[in-house]
Design a binder for this molecule. Structure first.
Ligand code: FAD
Ligand code: EPU
Length: 337
């Protein structure tokens, strides 16, 4: 647990943007984390928690202390005939955890295969893909208050999960560091293949009675066919959330744009932001090294030397053009620093 100064963050984020942390340290236990938080309070340094850096865009250097989560360990907490509670350290890789579930024939996480990042960030925005969200397998988490004091447990209700939302993104923003997450997995998996693309991919794979391994493989194939590999092209997945609008707003848009893509969501409709952005002509756009991915308009990319400000400015222009053409407000999913 050493404090380093002027550490480059470029290799620690999937956007691959150049930025520096004035101070940097890793922690591998709750004790180490508490020591570092105390040190930051004593020196009046802002802190930023970094997991896999796959949902973050640095537009500037960070003048405080970046704390990289390396708390490891995956353990069974309890089990009965139907369920197994598994606790994972927040610094474990999310996909590594999915692979643990697959190896042990535990169902529930397979649709979330190949999402980059750490276990600890999974509840932050209630990660989701292909018809499943983390809230569907979440049991509880343990978090350390940044102001000092003992770790606190949060139940699913207390996390107030929503679409790409949790209490840690609003009410308790920057107040807690998630140290471990406990998931509730199924011994007798109930497969979720409701997302059309999964059914098609399973058929293409020649699978008629799928297992969790097949669903995982189908999801991996779909994801690798449309999302850029961040090792090659910097990105942070969907840059924006899919916006929610009222049924009335959706119907009036549908009259003018019959091909608009939308899904029922609570009282209203969720519109595919990728469709809105593509209609505004941004898909495949590139200016310098900042661009909009040619196969998925919702993904902004760094082709090499883009700065965080380039990417951010592009996102501002996209938001403005979607607002002007459709009267719909896009919200960023990525955490901008
Ligand atoms: P980071 O980027 O390191 O951090 C994200 C935010 O959480 C920051 O504000 C950080 O300060 C905070 N944070 C991180 N860890 C902790 C902690 N332990 N305690 C408190 N705060 C913390 N997301 C989806 O939901 N679905 C997808 O399908 C999906 N696909 C993606 C595909 C690609 C190619 C990429 C690059 C990203 C994708 N994402 C997706 C986004 C991203 O992978 C997830 O949001 C992931 O959970 C981020 O994890 P991370 O550890 O990298 O978080
Ligand atoms: N679409 C277009 N043009 C595009 C992209 C998409 O028209 O360029 C339309 C298509 O009609 C497509 C629909 O949008 O059928 C939905 O596209 P896709 O299935 O790729 O999903 P998405 O809504 O763009 C969301 C999540 C992804 C998640 C996938 C799969 C958000 C913001 N994004 O993307 O999550 O992997 O569904 O479930 O909800 C992430 O959060 O980083 C992320 C990648």
């Amino acid at each position: 647990m050493t404090l380093r100064d002027n550490v480059t963050l470029q290799p620690l984020t999937t956007f691959g943007i150049r930025a520096t942390a004035r101070w940097f340290a890793s922690f591998a236990s709750v004790d180490e984390l508490q020591e570092l938080l105390a040190l930051a309070r004593e020196r009046r340094l802002d802190t930023l928690i970094l997991g896999g850096g796959s949902n973050i865009l640095f537009t500037t250097d960070f003048e405080g202390l970046v704390l990289r989560n390396e708390i490891a360990g995956i353990d069974v907490v309890s089990e009965d005939e139907d369920h197994v509670l598994v606790r994972a350290g927040a610094g474990e890789s999310w996909h590594g955890f999915v692979q643990y579930c697959l190896r042990n024939n535990l169902g529930g996480a397979e649709n979330l295969s190949l999402i980059p990042g750490s276990v600890g960030a999974s509840p932050m925005q209630n990660i989701g893909a292909y018809g499943v969200e983390i809230k569907d397998i979440f049991h509880e988490l343990e978090a350390v208050p940044r102001t000092g004091g003992a770790p606190r447990k949060f139940s699913a209700d207390e996390c107030r999960f929503g679409y790409r939302e949790s209490v840690f993104k609003n009410t308790y923003r920057n107040q807690y560091v998630i140290a471990s997450v406990t998931y509730r997995l199924h011994r007798k998996p109930v497969l979720n293949t409701s997302y059309g693309a999964i059914t098609q991919e399973l058929a293409a794979m020649g699978v008629t009675t799928p297992s969790i391994h097949d669903v995982s493989e189908a999801v991996i194939r779909i994801r690798t066919s449309k999302l850029p590999d961040w090792h090659e092209v910097g990105n942070a997945g969907s840059f924006f959330k899919n916006p929610q609008v009222s049924i009335e707003k959706f119907e009036s848009l549908k009259e003018s744009y019959p091909s608009i893509v939308g899904y029922p969501q609570g009282e209203g409709r969720k519109i595919a932001a990728g469709w809105l952005i593509e209609q505004c002509g941004w898909k495949g756009f590139r200016e310098g090294d900042a661009g909009c991915y040619p196969k998925q308009a919702l993904v902004l990319v760094n082709y090499g030397m883009a700065t965080g400000k380039h990417i951010f400015d592009l996102s501002e222009r996209i938001i403005a053009s979607v607002r002007e053409k459709f009267g719909v407000e896009l919200e960023r999913e990525v955490n901008v620093i």
